[in-house]
Design a protein around this ligand. Structure first.
Ligand code: HEC
Length: 97
């Protein structure tokens, strides 16, 4: 009856997928940035090069953020001029001193 190991292998395979997903989920959803307007845009643009912890732990005034965002753009951050005010609005609202 159970001469073929196929059902067992299939079971192990599915178990692996389920466990792999469950293990991957918390890390994938963790975002250290405080929730707020334009958070998605900051998340998407700033996570390309480094973790968002670097951003979330900063407290800067407008001049400080202007300086950092300009530096990130000079490094190649994909923030076109029309998006910069959105990024600045988020940072100066949620990560002010
Ligand atoms: C093109 C790559 C790149 C992108 C995209 C990028 N950064 Fe950076 N960021 C860096 C590098 C490289 C460093 C480390 C060197 C340094 O500190 O100048 C850094 C460091 C930082 C630091 C550490 C403090 C400091 O003054 O250096 C902050 C804060 C920061 N980034 C914020 C941001 C924010 C906010 C965004 C999104 C708007 C962003 N970064 C997107 C490359 C990038």
């Amino acid at each position: 009856m159970w001469r073929s190991p196929a059902p067992l292998l299939a079971g192990a395979f599915l178990f692996g997928i389920v466990m792999g997903r469950a293990a991957g989920r918390p890390a994938a959803q963790q975002n250290p940035l405080p929730p707020g307007k334009n958070m998605e845009i900051v998340t998407g643009r700033c996570i390309i090069c480094h973790s968002l912890e670097i951003v979330a732990q900063q407290r800067q005034d407008r001049a400080g953020w202007e300086d950092i965002v300009d530096r990130m753009i000079s490094y190649g951050a994909p923030i076109p001029p029309e998006d910069k005010p959105l990024v600045m609005e988020y940072l100066t609202t949620h990560l002010a001193p």
